[in-house]
Write a protein of this length. Structure first.
Length: 326
């Protein structure tokens, strides 16, 4: 989920021209870090800072307490450790100096939930850079993850959101003026309520298995950013991962090879696969609501240029999605 722009602006104001932040350094005191090694890396759903400890590279992830649920974060750490124990190439969490994998840190800028992760080796690709055989590997990696998820009977789902939670949140965010979006939401709720749910087709999904959350080292694909993992149909994860392929591409060689790779690792409900466009519509309506929530500041001359540009892009995306519902 994209954080509120007001939250992003507040933390970004602590970052200097050399990408250093006293706020990030204060949070990292819970883990310890090499002096002068902490730099801002990315702001989106979370604040991400790169850092070193004993010359090893790590990533700090944190967000304001209002943006996250601490029990869900702790459940995520439990899931990551379990998956790592199954020999999946996961960005593993690192315990703080007090042995915690999620720390609540009070600062002058507010209270933040923070975690630190090992850095994954490898390269990040854009979708246009991938060759056909890499679509097979990408699909295979997701299939292997899902097959592992199906075996996690001991992992509680209590603190993971479900598709129902997500669509209920959309309902809470949409104003009465969003007539087309509200109509689309009701169509999607009715559709989802009639889908079959079995142990083999429904469970914990990554939710954002896009290329920017993967690191490629040869044929091995490392996985990161599990904080949005939720309870859905496994096919939804395919739709969300491939959302940069538009519908007319769903019969092309890239898509076919992704599915080919996926099926080498786990089973796939082909009837649910035919519902891929509907799952993409679920993603669109949830993204629309998240963006409405995120853009909580007005355009203003005192904002830094990067914030003005970002806000403009998000507003355009909101308008494009709104039109798609009509």
């Amino acid at each position: 989920m994209m954080m509120k722009l007001s939250t992003m602006l507040k933390v970004a104001s602590t970052v200097d021209t050399e990408w250093r932040s006293p706020l990030a350094e204060k949070i990292l005191e819970r883990w310890g870090y090499d002096e002068g090694s902490v730099y801002a890396f990315r702001y989106s759903a979370n604040f991400i800072f790169i850092c070193k400890r004993n010359k090893q590279t790590y990533f700090l992830r944190f967000n304001e307490e209002s943006e996250k649920n601490v029990e869900a974060l702790e459940e995520e750490m439990k899931l990551l450790n379990t998956l790592a124990g199954l020999s999946l190439p996961i960005a593993k969490p690192v315990a703080s100096l007090t042995g915690k994998e999620v720390e609540a840190v009070e600062t002058e800028y507010g209270t933040y939930y923070a975690s630190v992760f090992e850095a994954l080796p490898g390269k990040q690709y854009e979708i246009a850079e991938l060759e056909l055989h890499q679509f097979v590997k990408w699909g295979s990696a997701l299939g292997k993850l899902h097959e592992s998820m199906k075996k996690l009977d001991g992992i509680s789902l209590v603190n993971r959101k479900t598709w129902r939670d997500h669509l209920h949140e959309v309902e809470q965010i949409l104003s009465n003026q969003e007539i087309a979006a509200k109509k689309e939401l009701q169509i999607l709720i009715s559709w989802a309520e009639n889908l079959p749910v079995t142990k083999d087709n429904f469970g914990i999904v990554h939710y954002d298995f896009e290329l920017d959350n993967l690191r490629w080292e040869g044929d091995q694909i490392g996985m990161l950013d599990f904080d949005d993992c939720s309870c859905y149909w496994y096919v939804a994860d395919i739709a969300f991962a491939l959302r940069d392929l538009d519908e007319k591409n769903m019969t092309n060689a890239n898509f076919v090879n992704f599915i080919k790779g996926y099926k080498t690792k786990t089973s796939l409900d082909d009837q649910l696969l035919e519902q891929l466009p509907m799952f993409q519509r679920v993603h669109n309506i949830t993204m629309f609501a998240k963006l409405l929530r995120s853009v909580d500041i007005q355009d203003a001359s005192e904002h830094p240029e990067w914030m003005t540009d970002l806000r403009g892009k998000l507003v355009k995306k909101i308008d494009d999605l709104r039109k798609s519902f009509e």
